[in-house]
Each structure stands twice: as structure tokens, then as C-alpha cells.
Design a protein around this ligand. Sequence first.
Ligand code: HH2
Length: 288
Amino acid sequence: MRPVARRVLATLMHEARAGQRTLIMGILNVTPDSFSDGGRFLQKDAALRRAMEMAASGADIVDVGGESTRPGAEPVPTDEELRRVMPVIESLAAEPGMIVSVDTRKAAVARAALQAGAAMVNDVSAMTADPEMASVVAESGAAVCLMHMQGTPKTMQLAPAYADVVHEVRDYLGERARIARAAGIAEDRIVIDPGFGFGKTLEHNLEMLRRLREFTDLGYPVLVGTSRKSMLGALLGGAPPQDRTEGTAATVALAVANGASIVRVHDVREMWRVVCVADAVVRGVSPL
Ligand code: HH2
């Protein structure tokens, strides 16, 4: 990681942990099949343009992914995932002040991305998919986002079931964070995420958003990723992903009110404005 990225990451993690303001993670899917923007950013030029646009619109972190984890998705081989994300990450990480996250479950992809200058690993398996992931993250000094998922993308929406979704997910995230720390990842480099839409029914998702404080009580910054997800389509009469902006905005505002530190979104310009207003109400701060 470059010294500038190291410094910016330390500041962002401090802000996230102290609850000073809500950070925005902009989504960049370099995939042919992501649920809402699949195929749009497969060409490197288009991906870089999109990343720069998101940074200019207020993204603190750009999250680059080369494998869709939408319900039903098939796994992508390592060499294909590397081929998709690495040219983009290499260019982005060279931009001064740009904080790049890599959305991957594979240690080999994380290692290559971190060597190229990425500052964060966003692992939707909470480092359970690859036994080498924890040591790769620990050695790099990068941040990690640990997300909860019931099952795998292929099967997770078939029959999600919990006795109490918030208790189960909270206990799991607490345990994964403990394991991350035991592997040498610093406490102030860990972010947790309840995993909206990952093996959850609409009711589970609503319950998690309503009771988000029970996750923040674990003491780690909480990331919320509801952007354009099917829970919003279900609540908005079947609106397609591109027509879920207001629904996303409602969940972002409620996430801020309920203690989220980071929101992961597609519509950065719009959600930056939502966060601006929500942070003024909830935290009494304004970036303008
Ligand atoms: N959601 C998606 C992917 N990665 N990472 C975290 N930490 N939290 C999330 O909620 C999350 C995530 C799915 O959204 P998207 O990347 O837009 O779609 P796809 O998986 O189809 O590429």
C-alpha cells in the first residue's frame, strides 16, 4: 500500500470507528452479469471513467468486484477474476488519494490487488471461503469487511431461515471478527456487514435494518449494502434495479439514523446528498 493510501485509510477508519460521518463506498462491478450494472464496466476505459466519476461525486472508497454474488450466480475461476479486476485496480490505485477495495472471496485475488495498491478487502464470505485470506490481509495492513451470508450465492435465497436473524448474524460477525484479530488483523482495520440480501427474506432484511444498533454494539464500524437490491423491488411493486434509487435512499437514511458507518452504493452522487442531510440530522455535521 502506498504511504498516501495508508494515511487516507487510517483517517477513514478513524472516522468510521468514531462515527464522525458516514463514508460512501462506490460500487464498480467489472463483470458481465452483476444484477444491476452487469456488462456496463467490462471495458477498462469505461470502468476507470466510472470510478473517477464516483470519486468526484463523493465516494470515499471504490469497491472493485470481478465476480457477481447475486442469487444463483456461478463461481468465477481465479484467472478470470484476476483478468477482470487487475488492470482496473492497478490504474485506480495509482491515483493519489484513491482508496480501492477489492470485492473478492479468493486470497490470490486479494493478494494481487493489495500488491497493486488496494487498501481494503471486501469478503462476502467473511474469510471463510479461502483459508489463506486472513493471513493475506493481516500481512498487508489493509482493512477488511467481514460480511454474513447464509449458504452460497448459488443457493442462499432458496429457503433462508433463522430463529432470530439479528442474534444469529450478530453472533457470527462477532466470532469472525475475533478470528480476524487472532490472525493478526488490527482491531481498527475491521468492518462488519450483516449482508442484506445474502440468504435473507424481505422480512429478515427489514428486521436487520430496524435493529442495526445491535450490530454496532459489537464495536466495529457497520457497512450497509442495500443499494438497488431486490428487497426494494419487492417493496416498490416490482420496480427494476435501475428504478430503485428512492428506495435505496430510504434505506441509506435509515442506516445512518441507526448507526451505520459506511454505505455501499451504486448511485454515489444521489446517496452522497442523502448522507449529507442524514449526517446533519443524526451527527450534527455537514461536509459543505
Ligand atoms: N452486496 C453485493 C456485493 N458485495 N459486499 C458487501 N460488503 N456488502 C454487500 O451488501 C454486498 C457486497 C451485491 O451487490 P452488487 O455488487 O451490486 O451485485 P453483484 O453481486 O451482482 O455484482
